[in-house]
Ligand binder design. Structure first.
Ligand SMILES: Cc1ncc(COP(=O)(O)O)c(C=O)c1O
Length: 342
């Protein structure tokens, strides 16, 4: 695998730390012990507070600049972390940025519609416009691109979540980084777990880890789609990413792709009890901020699976923290926080 073949613009702070979460591991271990939990701090990639989109945007923006773009267009849910990080990357590179936000939750609380990521989109100078839930967001972006082309601009359209074979290269890079880091630390990684949505993070990790013949399984905890659909999306994108990398056909197979979508709750972006407990537990035990939509539900899944004995005592489980804590400010009432002392 030779990632240096692809256009890339450095935007992030990498490698991100790989750290033990010993207080959380101890708290979650049963009488017979439990797995040792590690965290890959991709919330610390930089670029408007960090998150998983930094790695994808290095390749997407690399391609945009190679094609002579002067404008980028992308889309996401109202509290999209991808939109915020795209706006920041565009600001850094001097490109105009148009963001289309889809109302996937129906929430009207101004904290949700205007604070958190939405505020930062605007602070980075992006133009924000809204679309109703269920809109064909790809078609909406293409229509805007057409308008901009007619006005003499050179737009580059980035799919939702930055999830295509170009963006997924960022997580192929993360797989290479993780394996090298573990080798240096003498750490045997038994499992990688993370939140999966538009599939690019898991697709890149799978293509990278399988391409390296690492033997490390990846489990995506779904935040939106049911399991079969999520696994099919991840498999298709992993295979397209492997092809883009020049890996032999058949390298990535269905058995390499596992998702568990039991922790979505009522729907995308809708808080669950498990998410609230996971966000609070990790904040209180490790001093680390997760987010309500992705990493909080991912961690809720990991915690529940530990309780069900899914991992063996003594196994090393790496949770990839994909970022998103800015989204906490869109959900001020979800956490049932204690009253202040007198
Ligand atoms: C914080 C966070 N974690 C995880 C994900 C899921 O990553 P992917 O869309 O690559 O599956 C996202 C995507 O939007 C995200 O913002």
């Amino acid at each position: 695998m030779n990632l240096a073949r692809f256009p890339r613009i450095r935007l992030g702070h990498m490698p991100t730390p790989l750290e033990p979460m010993d207080r959380l591991s101890k708290h979650l271990s049963g009488p017979g012990g439990g797995p040792r939990l590690w965290i890959k701090r991709d919330d610390c990639t930089g670029l408007s507070t960090g998150g998983n989109k930094t790695r994808k945007l290095e390749y997407l923006m690399g391609e945009a600049l190679a094609q002579g773009a002067d404008t980028v267009i992308t889309q996401g849910a109202t509290q999209s972390n991808h939109a915020r990080q795209t706006a920041a990357a565009a600001a850094r590179l001097g490109l105009a940025c148009h963001i289309l936000l889809e109302d996937r939750t129906g929430y009207t609380d101004p904290a949700y519609t205007q604070s958190g990521n939405v505020m930062l989109d605007k602070l980075h100078g992006a133009t924000v416009s809204r679309r109703p839930g269920g809109a064909d967001m790809q078609a909406e972006m293409e229509a805007l691109a057409e308008e901009l082309r007619a006005a003499g601009r050179k737009p580059y359209v980035i799919p939702g979540g930055g999830s295509n074979p170009v963006g997924a290269l960022g997580y192929v890079g993360a797989a290479l980084e993780l394996v090298a880091q573990a080798a240096e630390m003498g750490l045997r990684i038994d499992h990688v777990v993370h939140a999966t949505g538009s599939a690019g993070t898991q697709a890149g990790l799978v293509a990278g880890l399988v391409g390296l013949n690492s033997g490390i399984p990846v489990l995506g905890i779904g935040v939106r789609a049911p399991r079969e659909k999520q696994e099919a999306n991840v498999l298709a994108l992993s295979q397209r990413t492997a092809a883009h990398l020049g890996l032999p056909e058949g390298t990535v197979r269905a058995e390499h792709v596992r998702a568990n979508c039991d922790y979505v709750g009522q729907g995308y972006g809708i808080p669950t009890r498990g998410m609230v407990e996971a966000v609070k537990l990790v904040a209180e035990r490790e001093g680390i901020l997760l987010d309500p939509v992705y990493s909080g539900k991912g961690m809720a899944g990991l915690i529940d699976l530990i309780g069900k004995g899914h991992f063996k005592a003594g196994e090393n489980v790496v949770f990839v923290h994909t970022g998103g804590a800015v989204g906490l400010f869109g959900y001020p009432d979800a956490f049932d926080l204690p009253a202040e002392a007198a």
